[in-house]
Design a binder for this molecule. Structure first.
Ligand code: NAI
Ligand code: NA
Length: 397
């Protein structure tokens, strides 16, 4: 079967397994082109299959020689469905790790469940040397079933202040269009915090602690976003922002606990805006990203997912140059938030129209990144190749 890209708005309906290999390879190549660093030996990554979690795993494995356990929610080939991007990314990671003799293990399923926590802890005890040094929490999900009350919560991408209308990119139609973000009900705010707040991160730490699998000096980092003024309405002051503030509050609670018991640490890291599966569906966000790329590339300070996470790990979490704000948050988004960068983004934002957006923004770069998330638009992959889906279906992460 020949797999062609098929999009629906900000969603990709198809994924290319060979392209995923290239997607992962380029990130590994970047890490290998940099100095090796002394980091953790045993790592658990929740949300390991795409975006920031995948990049983190690649940096830790190929840069610091870490053994990694990845937890992700992904699907393989089913009938005419070509499998999810994260499924193929994980298989590509496995193959590369195998070649280097780097130990890895994947758990594909629901990280929010107690069952998953039990399975991972059992594995750590029986086959992973008994302890982990680092937990990365990089989940992005629209739904969570609370394992305590059994209720399924859905997150809403809505405003908490007033209805907001603004431009965004439609990658399917290649147009700039207006989107409207409605106002969330109190219920919707609460549900979004349930899904994307800190509760599950805390449940993981509690379970790992009870299981006795945390090492002395154990660290944990969860990924968050703040964003600049132009996105405040949709992000900082949106339902997702409310959930992220909850995550940040949780980091303080966990930090106190870990410090006391393990001489450990818990942090939230505010990352740079990038195109990922999760961010591509946030209203207004893709257009902001395209403008940001334009400005940051011109200034020579643009980073992709892997550069951003590699800098976080080598300079901040395992380095001597942490950028930390007065709320104890790690700030690898410091270049995005620079005043000169944001002033230029704002000036472009005021000028942008449906007619000029492709020239004014780095539309091509943002679109390429979006397509590459799903294994498309690599110049060295043959997209006319007839892939043997039956053979590919035998592969498992
Ligand atoms: P992504 O969509 O690429 O990755 C999400 C990961 O979560 C995937 O590995 C997926 O399999 C996993 N996942 C989702 N539901 C799951 C479940 N029930 N059980 C197990 N695994 C599950 O998203 P991205 O962008 O890498 O997001 C990761 C974190 O980084 C999020 O907290 C996000 O808010 C944060 N972040 C993202 C930014 C961006 O611009 N993309 C900026 C700053 C922070
Ligand atoms: Na991720």
């Amino acid at each position: 079967m020949v797999i062609k890209p098929r999009l629906k708005g900000g969603l990709a309906l198809t994924n290319h397994p060979i392209g995923a290999k290239e997607f992962v390879k380029r990130q590994i190549d970047y890490v290998k082109s940099q100095d090796k660093y002394k980091g953790p030996k045993k790592v658990l990554i929740i949300g390991s299959s795409s975006g920031y979690g995948l990049a983190t795993r690649i940096s830790l494995a190929f840069g610091a020689g870490a053994e990694t356990i990845g937890v992700a929610f992904e699907k393989g080939i089913e009938g005419k469905r070509t499998g999810s991007a994260g499924w193929w990314n994980t298989i590509a990671f496995d193959e590369a790790a195998e070649k280097e003799g780097l130990k890895y293990k994947n758990f594909i399923g629901d990280a929010f469940s107690f069952e998953m926590k039990d399975d991972v802890i059992k594995f750590i005890k029986e086959e992973f040397g008994g302890k982990i040094d680092l937990l990365i929490y990089s989940l992005a999900s629209g739904v969570r079933t609370d394992p305590i009350d059994g209720v399924t919560y859905r997150s809403a991408l809505k405003s908490t202040t007033k209805e907001i209308t603004g431009p965004t990119i439609n990658f399917e139609k290649e147009t700039m269009e207006e989107t409207t973000m409605g106002v969330a009900t109190p219920e919707e705010i609460k549900s979004t915090i349930k899904v994307m707040g800190g509760e599950d991160w805390k449940l993981w730490i509690e379970a790992l602690d009870k299981g006795g699998v945390l090492s002395e000096g154990f660290k944990t980092v969860a990924y968050s976003y703040l964003g600049p003024k132009v996105t405040y309405g949709i992000y900082k002051e949106g339902t997702i922002g409310a959930a992220k503030r909850d995550l940040e509050h949780t980091s303080d609670v966990l930090n106190d606990f870990l410090k006391e018991k393990y001489n450990g640490e818990a942090y939230v890291s505010l990352s740079k805006a990038l195109m990922t599966k999760a961010s591509a569906v946030i209203p207004i966000f893709p257009l902001y990203a395209a403008l940001l790329y334009k400005v940051m590339k011109e200034k020579g300070i643009h980073e992709g997912t892997i550069q951003q996470k590699h800098r976080l790990l080598t300079q901040m979490v395992y380095g001597n140059h942490p950028v930390i704000d007065d709320e104890r948050r790690l700030r690898p988004d410091n270049w995005e938030m620079r005043e000169d960068v944001q002033a230029e983004v704002e000036a472009l934002w005021d000028k942008i129209t449906p007619e000029n957006f492709k020239e004014i923004s780095d539309y091509a770069g943002a679109r390429e990144e979006f397509m590459q998330l799903n294994g498309f638009d690599f110049d060295n992959v043959d997209y006319d190749a007839d892939l043997d889906l039956e053979e590919l279906a035998k592969l498992r992460p």
